[in-house]
Design a protein. Structure first.
Length: 250
């Protein structure tokens, strides 16, 4: 049996069952938590923009079991390989070829308790998450669990950590801030900085186009001047020959 198949739970379908799109909880409890959630979601979505079959979401309810709407979780950010991009009110696993999110991130806020986070980890363990990341921005602590057989086991690491599935690198800096890097080494940037960088790149591209156009105009002018000189020389040679003068003797 495949890893995906064992997380599909067939039940008797009740069309009257409602799967709410919201659990009534806020996406985040403070701006710091929110910024990290968006940092991950936006940059991961950007990284996989060219792949139509990788879905990235933030604070989206995930229902792993059909007919059991009380069994649900809303990872701060999650990545699902093998599912198309597109809008969803929630992620109903039985409507998604039975594929569970492979990667889940949680960004802690001061209100999160050890018991609450332990229950989340056990949920992700039970329902098929392959990599689970938990970052506490107040403590500057990153914890990582990887699936081994049917369990999410904690990973001990020093310095930086490279995700086996995402190929991104994460590192907690000396000040406790979490830095995340694309596979090519570029740093994840907040949306405002991403937009600023986009404007910078677009402005540089516009300057390059202007320089190329100027070079083209200069080359065209030089070509026309060379043609004019050649035409003037031809006319002069023709005139000299009309006068009986051999231009090669001058």
């Amino acid at each position: 049996m495949s890893n995906l198949a064992k997380y599909v739970f067939p039940t008797v379908i009740d069309e009257a069952i409602i799967y709410p799109d919201s659990d009534g909880k806020p996406m985040s409890d403070n701006t710091k938590q929110y910024q990290y959630i968006i940092l991950l979601q936006v940059n991961l979505d950007t990284m996989f923009a060219a792949n139509p079959d990788i879905f990235v979401a933030a604070d989206l309810l995930w229902y792993p079991v059909q007919g059991r709407p009380s069994i649900r979780a809303a990872p701060d950010t999650m990545v699902i390989f093998g599912r198309p991009k597109g809008h969803r009110g929630s992620y109903k696993q039985w409507e998604e070829a039975g594929i569970a999110p492979q990667i889940a991130f949680e960004i802690l806020s001061p209100g999160n308790t050890w018991r609450e986070m332990n229950e989340k980890r056990l949920f992700y363990e039970r329902y098929g998450v392959q990599e689970y990341y938990e970052y506490d921005p107040d403590e500057g602590r990153l914890q990582i669990w990887l699936r081994e057989d049917d369990l999410l086991r904690p990973v001990a690491f020093v310095g930086a950590w490279r995700s086996p599935l995402l190929d991104i690198t994460m590192r907690v800096e000396a000040d406790g801030e979490l830095s995340v890097y694309f596979p090519d080494g570029r740093k994840f940037l907040p949306p405002v900085e991403l937009q600023t960088e986009l404007w910078r790149v677009e402005a540089e591209a516009a300057r390059e186009r202007a320089r190329a156009e100027q070079e083209h105009l200069r080359a065209e002018q030089e070509r026309k001047r060379a043609e004019q000189v050649e035409q003037d020389n031809a006319r002069l040679i023709a005139k000299l020959r009309e006068l009986g003068i051999d231009p090669t003797t001058l």
